[in-house]
Design a protein around this ligand. Structure first.
Ligand code: FES
Length: 76
């Protein structure tokens, strides 16, 4: 039996591009929203963008205290 780890996903984020981080965990395109929250009656995604391109580790366990970033909560 496999166990889901909910490790963060490393992504290269582009300057000024608008992203939607999945808050509900139902998206098939983690860590980003694919619209699945609507079918599950969950709150919408969290929109974010950056003023410079950078690599970031985005949370997939949805327990982070600093969304959309991983803060290590998946290990607790
Ligand atoms: S699919 Fe999870 S917030 Fe949209």
């Amino acid at each position: 039996m496999s166990e889901k780890t909910y490790s963060p996903i490393s992504v290269d984020l582009e300057k000024d591009k608008r992203y939607a981080w999945c808050t509900c965990s139902h998206s098939s395109n983690q860590p980003f929203c694919d619209g699945s929250h609507r079918a599950h009656n969950k709150p919408p995604s969290l929109g974010f963008s950056f003023e410079e391109s950078k690599k970031a580790y985005l949370c997939t366990c949805k327990r982070t205290g600093n969304p959309p970033y991983c803060d290590g909560s998946h290990k607790k």
